[in-house]
Write a new protein. Sequence first.
Length: 333
Amino acid sequence: MKKYLVTGGAGFIGSNYIHYLFEKYSDIQVINLDKLTYAGNLENLREIENRPDYQFVEGDICDEKIVDDLMKDVDYVINFAAESHVDRSIGSPDDFIKTDVYGTFVLLESARKYKIKKFVQISTDEVYGSIEKGSFVETDPLMPSSPYSASKSGADRLAYSYFVTYDMPVLITRCSNNFGQYQYPEKLIPLFITNAIEDKKLPIYGDGKNVRDWIYVLDHCDAVDFILHNGKNGEVYNIGGGNERNNLEITELILNGLGKSKNLMTFVEDRLGHDRRYSVDCRKLESLGWRPKYEFSKAMDLTIDWYKNNQWWWKKIKSGEYLDYYKKQYKMK
Ligand code: NAD
Ligand code: TDX
């Protein structure tokens, strides 16, 4: 019986990971520590909330006492908790530094004290910065360019330092852009799907030619679990979907998938410091035997269907504070 401490488990990827774990294993216990920021949503976990092998704790990863209390007999820590939206980090970076850097430090210290068997730091491909041609390998220097990616780089290297300095069993993953069910509708794909369903404009930053590599969230969850069990301590693993698309291509896929008009596309002011292209070389993970299983267009169809069929989930979110935030941030052209 292994005990997992999943942080940020009420968010997009963390909640998908908890569902993934319970579908795969019958002999585990999962503690979900989440502060329930605007991005944390317990409705993502409705189907499993009453399981005896699952415990939700509302709390901050920066809170040493809560973290120490939970860490005592944990086997694995998977740190998803973070402020995760680049645009918000541009407007207001302080929570990014607190949670992404200091919070990771608190978790690492506690994990060291209680001699945790594995600590997986969920980092991101954004730590490398932008690349015009080719793909980053794990040993490339980090050149983060937003307060979000800089805070994630701090956490990434701090986790590594605990391996080198204290011989802690740390693994670091750097995944590309995720999409799928339960993604907060501020990120490109869920924002555009839900806006299109409501016949609202889709705000494309700049010329729309920025490229991201897209991976279905359940492939990311599978890769994290694979690395937890097969990765080598102290190593970094890139995780990618192998689906590089620019934002115009993604927008057209969504509009076609929903049978909506291209007139919904609207070009707005560019994001400050907008990275042109992300691309990671995933041969290191492939050489261990892991590859994504979901085909991109099928996963996009699944995702579009999910947002079509679960309007109760996102309509609540979009009706409140979130809309005011967007109205302030972006003036539609
Ligand atoms: P998300 O914003 O949907 O979820 C983050 C979760 O963390 C929320 O539930 C929130 O309540 C919680 N949280 C925030 N601050 C906290 C704190 N101080 N203490 C405890 N909980 C806190 O984010 P996501 O998209 O699910 O991303 C999860 C992780 O994966 C992040 O570390 C992110 O950097 C990384 N990542 C995301 C992507 C992506 O495409 N979304 C890609 C690569 C890596
Ligand atoms: O309204 C929009 N219009 C637009 O053109 C939004 C929200 C985004 N974009 C563009 C900006 C990016 O080029 O779409 C692309 C994707 O944007 P986001 O969904 O905000 O993702 P990104 O900035 O690439 O970061 C994501 O991937 C890596 C996650 O938010 C991070 O948490 C993760 O680490």
